[in-house]
Design a protein around this ligand. Structure first.
Ligand code: ADP
Length: 593
């Protein structure tokens, strides 16, 4: 029996030594506070256990009694270190931590000063001081380990699977350690072999669970995040219907955060700025953004930030103390998710392009039908007039007097002219829009062109209304452009001025020279145009809001003027206010300066 205890005991010691070394290595590798605390706790426990074997090494001597005291001190320190470990995962309140520290210190002092030979084998429980020491010791261990177990449980509550399971493992480790202590106490009192072996097994299991809980292996982490991986896979499948990058990120980032139990994750722009942050709380979001800034300065105080490069982007994740380690397996998984996100983005970009093309085609289609409708409508009234007048003349030629005949023929002429003008406008627009309108660019005398256009119109009934103002002695430079197109523009603006102003009001035309351009201004004294309409009237079919009996028109003239002026390097605009007439101006570049 004795030999069996020795064999099992030493097997246990060896295991504890191995676990201590492992814990020390993990602490070095992870550089975390929890890793360091665990290493201290396991080493403390191992030393305490080894100290219990001193009778075997040094015999039942005074030295052994001292070793036994040290051992007891270490066994008081061990639950305290576990408390600090749990505190590092999820902090206790300041008050709770202070009470625990005082309780630990009191018991430690008690053990240090008590005048007895405390050994593992001959405790005299009949002595009052030894009995109270024993009670205080047991009470401390029970309360501390229960608090540790509970704290881990609380830390995992409501968290993603990997964190929850990790915290449960640590909690179970604390409970196993509590039972190990209790069975050891019982074995101390009654010393049956079975209890001692059970205690040792519990110690080994608990220590292993602590090590695995603090630094879980990749395999364990993979098993823990099974549920979240499933969710992630479903989210990836759902990406098939995502149409915008926002939808992609909404679907994926929360899953990415949960799968590693991060407090916040961010997709980064090329320059490192976060494109989108997904965080458990606003504070977590700020911490991640702050951490990203400190990365720029080469500083990552908590070692809680991981940057995962993928394809052409990067993911940043900020872990918390309760997050299981983010190792190669997680980094690979996240990089893979990043690539999927990138593909989904590319798909969204194509979709958006397709949508824009469809939208454009639809708009072109709509404009075409509108165009056809408007042209058909504008052609119909002069056509009806021509058909009606021609029909009347034919049927009642003899009854109609000569003057009336002349008037009717005049109307037929003007209606036909309107139709012809409209057809010319439509053809011009077709050429402009297909880019086929040709311009014969050459230096020309703009004043001459304006004068010709004015003279053309003076032949009409409006004789004398249009006044051209060009200082005779002013030697204006030549303009550069197509003079035929410029004459068309001037004629169009003059026709509008005549159309939209009272018959007895004059129209002033000015040609001036400023910097590198010549400016033509045509001013009428009509009703003017509200400022809100100044842009619209230059659009295709754009007409200002006019009373229903207003002058007929197609809304194409100014659109054509604008296209022609701009194609020749000029600008066109209107200056007008309702009731104050309108001044249309356009510029033409100077040929040589
Ligand atoms: P249309 O005269 O055939 O309607 P335009 O493109 O030449 O087409 O003109 C567009 C609109 O601009 C006109 O319908 C009219 O509302 C407004 N407009 C143009 N010139 C003047 C002007 N001199 N005074 C007031 N409104 C004008």
């Amino acid at each position: 029996m004795e030999t069996a205890i020795y064999v099992i005991g030493w097997a246990n010691n060896v295991l504890l030594i191995v676990l201590s070394v492992l814990a020390l290595l993990l602490a070095r590798r992870t550089h975390t506070a929890t890793g360091r605390l665990l290493a201290w706790a396991v080493v403390t426990f191992t030393v305490a256990t080894l100290a219990g074997w001193t009778p075997w090494a040094v015999g039942e001597t005074d030295l052994h009694a001292w070793f036994a005291k040290v051992r007891l001190e270490l066994q008081i320190l061990f639950p305290f270190l576990l408390l600090r470990l749990a505190h590092a995962f999820r902090p206790f309140s300041d008050l709770a931590m202070r009470i625990a520290t005082i309780a630990f210190a009191l018991i430690a002092v008690f053990v240090a000063v008590i005048p007895v030979n405390v050994t593992s084998v001959d405790l005299d429980l009949a002595s009052a001081s030894v009995a109270s020491l024993f009670l205080a010791y047991v009470g401390w261990v029970v309360v501390a380990l229960l608090a540790v177990a509970r704290r881990f449980q609380v830390a995992g509550r409501g968290q993603p699977g990997s964190i929850r399971r990790r915290m449960s493992l640590l909690s179970a480790a604390a409970v196993a350690m509590l039972f190990a202590y209790l069975t050891a106490f019982a074995a101390w009192a009654v010393a049956p072999f079975a209890l001692m072996v059970t205690s040792m097994l519990l110690v080994a299991a608990s220590t292993l669970a602590f090590v695995l809980g603090v630094a879980p292996s990749a395999l364990l982490r993979m098993r823990w995040r099974r549920d979240e991986e499933h969710e992630l896979r479903e989210a990836i499948v759902a990406l098939i219907s995502a149409e915008t990058t926002e939808e992609v990120l909404d679907g994926i980032l929360p899953k990415v955060r949960r799968i590693v139990g991060a407090s916040a994750v961010a997709l980064l722009h090329q320059d490192g700025r976060p494109q989108r942050v997904e965080a458990s709380t606003p504070i977590a979001e700020r911490l991640l953004v702050d951490a990203l800034c400190s990365v720029g300065s080469g500083d990552d105080p908590g070692h809680q930030l991981s940057i995962v490069p993928f394809g052409s982007g990067r993911l940043a994740i900020r872990t918390t103390p309760v997050t299981p380690l983010v190792g190669d397996a997680e980094l690979e998984l996240l990089a893979w998710v990043g690539t999927v996100v990138e593909l989904a983005f590319a798909r969204c970009a194509h979709l958006a392009e397709d949508r824009a093309v469809t939208e454009r085609l639809r708009e072109v289609d709509r404009l075409k039908s509108e165009f056809v409708q408007i042209v058909a409508h504008d052609l119909r009234s002069p056509m009806t007039a021509v058909a009606g007048l021609a029909g009347t003349l034919q049927a009642r030629w003899e009854d109609i007097d000569a003057d009336m005949k002349l008037t009717m023929l005049g109307n037929i002429g003007s209606s036909t002219q309107r139709m012809s003008d409209l057809v010319v406008d439509v053809l011009d627009i077709a050429h402009i829009e297909s880019g086929e309108l040709r311009y014969d660019i050459a230096p020309f005398d703009l004043v001459r062109v304006v004068r010709d256009a004015v003279e053309d119109l003076q032949l009409d009934a409006v004789k004398g209304r249009i006044e051209l103002h060009v200082k005779e002695d002013a030697t204006l430079p030549l303009a550069l452009g197509d003079k035929r197109r410029h004459r068309q523009v001037v004629a169009n603006l003059l026709t509008n001025a005549l159309k939209y102003s009272p018959r007895d009001e004059p129209i002033d035309v000015h040609v001036t020279w400023a910097a590198h351009e010549l400016v033509v201004g045509i001013r009428d004294r009509g009703d003017g145009i509200a400022e809100s309409e100044h842009g619209r009237i230059f659009e295709k079919f754009g007409r200002a809001v006019v009373p229903s009996d207003a002058t007929p028109g197609s809304g194409l003239g100014l659109y054509i003027c604008k296209a022609m002026v701009e194609a020749q390097g000029g600008r066109i605009w209107v200056e007008s206010m309702p009731g104050a007439g309108a001044t249309f101006r356009f510029t033409a570049p100077v040929a040589s300066h």
